[in-house]
Every structure is written in C-alpha cells, then in structure tokens.
Ligand binder design. Structure first.
Ligand code: FMN
Length: 334
C-alpha cells in the first residue's frame, strides 16, 4: 500500500525514532536531551505533579521545554531540536485530563500521545492547536477504533515492550494494521538497537518507539539501583504480570524479588484495580516495581541520553549498509 507522507512533526529526525513516555521516569531534563539529540522526546502529563496550592507543574514543564528548545534552535539553526510529545492517560480515573488538555493546547504541544482510551475530544484538543494525535494500541481492533475516533497515527505496542505491553508479535501486529492504514505508524516493543529500529521500518512501521533504553541515562528520573539493574539484566529477567496495575505489563524480576514478592508466582489482578488518581497507591508500584521491556540486553552502561541516540544511530547506519549488501545479493529478479 502506498504510504501517506508523514506529518511535518515526524519528518527530518536524525534517526526514525520517538522516545516513549515513561511514568515517573521522564521529565523535562530527559525530554530536552532527547529532542536536542534529534529524536522526539516525550513525557506523561501525569508526571508533572504539584502539591495542593502550588503553581501548576505541567505549565512550568512546558514553559521550560519550549524555551530551552527555542534557545537551542536559535543557537543551532543547522541542527535544530526535534519536536516533543506529551502523553495523556485517557482513563476514567485520570481526574486531571480536562485541565491537562487545556494546558497542552495553550502551549501548542506539537505531538499528543494517548494511552488507555481513545476519545474524540482529546484528538480535537490536539488538532485545535495544530498538533497531531498518536494513539497506542495492542491489537488491530483497537487500532481501527482509534482511527475512527480521529487519531492521526498509531503506536503498535507489541510483545516485549516495557510497561503495558501487548501480547502480539510485531510481525503480526504491523502487518494487520498496514493492511488498511497508510498513515503514521510507530512500533513499540524491545527496540533498543539500530538494527531493531531498521527492522521496524522494514516490516512496515515509519518510526520506532523506544522506552527502556532511556531509563539507564543520566537525565532519567529513576533510582540509581533501577539503572544498574537494567545494565545487569537481560530478556530472561523480564516477567509479564497484571498484578501491579490491573493490566498486563512487563517488569524487572529482580525488583519484584527486592520488594519481597516471588516473581515466578505472582497473583493476577483485575483491570478495575487500575487507578491514576493523585496520591493513589499505584504509583508506588512503579516506584518499587520497575518496568522494562525485553530489549534491555542492549543496555550496557549508564550515560547521557545523547549517547544512547549516538549508539543507535551508528548501529542503524551499519545495519542499513548490511541491508544494501543483502539487496545486492537477493534483490535482483530472475
Ligand atoms: C517504566 C515504564 C513506564 C512507562 N510509562 C508509560 C506511560 O506513562 N505512558 C505510556 O503511554 N507508556 C508508558 N510506558 C510504555 C512505553 O511508552 C513504551 O511502549 C515502551 O517502553 C516501549 O518498549 P521498550 O521499553 O521495550 O522500548 C512505560 C514503559 C516503561 C518501561
């Protein structure tokens, strides 16, 4: 199927990648570093929390990100920063949603990422300020619903992704969505190398969506032990469980053992237990039980986020060169 051209906000990136929003972990420092390094940076609006009576933190974060990226662009017209994205959790327990939509529209957020619910009014809020809305989905049914409700693009969250992953192989999921959808399609799940990023494009995605690889960085708001655990762990150390949020997610086994639970014998929890209210016990689960995807074998040190982008770019270019060699060998018809 012929593809529609990508929206301007997703074109001209240094590598075809969007850094995914990470609950608790991503804030202005990480987003600014990702955007300056040339890929889309993002954060969940819910990470910006103020105490009662304090100035609105989301407003302060958007001001800082916008101003710092503007300054960077003026100083580096040949190497401008990539645009940033804000993630909205569209779930009935998110009592801040309406307020956060209004703030993001006022700050003209260029890319809106929605999770856990597709609602036309959220897409309309994005469009009202010239932004685009990308919705994350774990199967083809949800993908169709998201586009019917006005999303501009999709994030296919496949098996092996950190946080709330889907159960499907990326090969199956991307193929089913690409059979009818020619718009922006991102692939999420265990993409932590340039090879995986190129593979995402080869199977039909436009861009890769990268999460866990950015947790082990200097700018990430994560416990130093969490970062070290990522360096020391591999795919075998990831367990899938519903226990912590009510829906299936991928977590680091050693963090579960540290919290006094047996990662190989976890109880199941019901989706009704999901709760994004401020002060709820659930963020604690993310604070103590650490999420990560299966791609963490590629993380072997803790350093600046720009270093992760440099590494992935080098690997991506090398993989492209190998693909050119494959094309020379297998690409000619008889
Ligand atoms: C610790 C952690 C927190 C996450 N928090 C969010 C979130 O708040 N909102 C969201 O849409 N996705 C969230 N995700 C999922 C990511 O957006 C993304 O789908 C995933 O990290 C990609 O897989 P990878 O980690 O294997 O790269 C989270 C993932 C992790 C690992």
């Amino acid at each position: 199927m012929a593809r529609s051209p990508l929206p301007a906000a997703l074109r001209g990136l240094r590598i075809p990648a969007v850094a995914s929003p990470l609950f608790i972990v991503s804030g202005p420092d990480l987003v600014i570093a990702q955007c300056k390094a040339g890929i889309v940076g993002s954060f969940p609006a819910l990470n910006a929390r103020e105490k009662d009576g304090e100035p609105v933190m989301l407003e302060a974060w958007l001001k800082r990100i916008t101003e710092e990226l503007d300054r960077h662009n003026q100083a580096n017209p040949d190497r401008p920063a990539a645009p940033f994205a804000v993630n909205q959790i569209v779930h009935r327990s998110n009592a801040r949603l309406e307020r956060d939509l209004e703030i993001c529209a006022r700050w003209k957020v260029p890319i809106w990422i929605t999770s856990l619910g597709a609602r036309p009014e959220v897409n309309e809020a994005a469009h009202s300020c010239g932004g685009i809305a990308l919705h994350d989905v774990i199967n083809n049914t949800f993908a169709r619903k998201a586009i019917d409700k006005g999303a501009d693009g999709l994030i296919a969250v496949a098996a092996g992704a950190g946080g709330h992953a889907g159960p499907q192989s990326p090969f199956a999921l991307v193929r089913e969505i690409r059979a009818w959808f020619d718009g922006p399609l991102l692939l999420s799940g265990a993409i932590a190398t340039g090879e995986a990023l190129l593979a995402a494009q080869v199977i039909g995605a436009d861009l890769g969506y990268i999460g866990s690889a950015f947790i082990a960085t200097d700018e990430a708001n994560a416990d130093p032990d969490y970062k070290r655990m990522l360096v020391e762990s591999g795919a075998e150390d990831i367990v899938t469980s519903t226990l912590f949020t009510g829906i299936s997610g991928n977590y680091l086994k050693p963090s579960i053992a540290r919290a006094g639970l047996d990662p190989d014998n976890l109880a199941h929890a019901d989706p009704s237990s999901m709760n994004f209210r401020e002060g709820s016990a659930k963020p604690k689960a993310w604070k103590e039980i650490w999420g990560a995807g299966q791609g963490i074998g590629a993380i072997d040190s803790i350093g600046p986020a720009a270093g992760v982008v440099d590494r992935i770019e080098t690997e991506y270019r090398a993989a492209l060169a190998r693909t050119a060699a494959l094309a020379a060998e297998y690409g000619k018809g008889e």
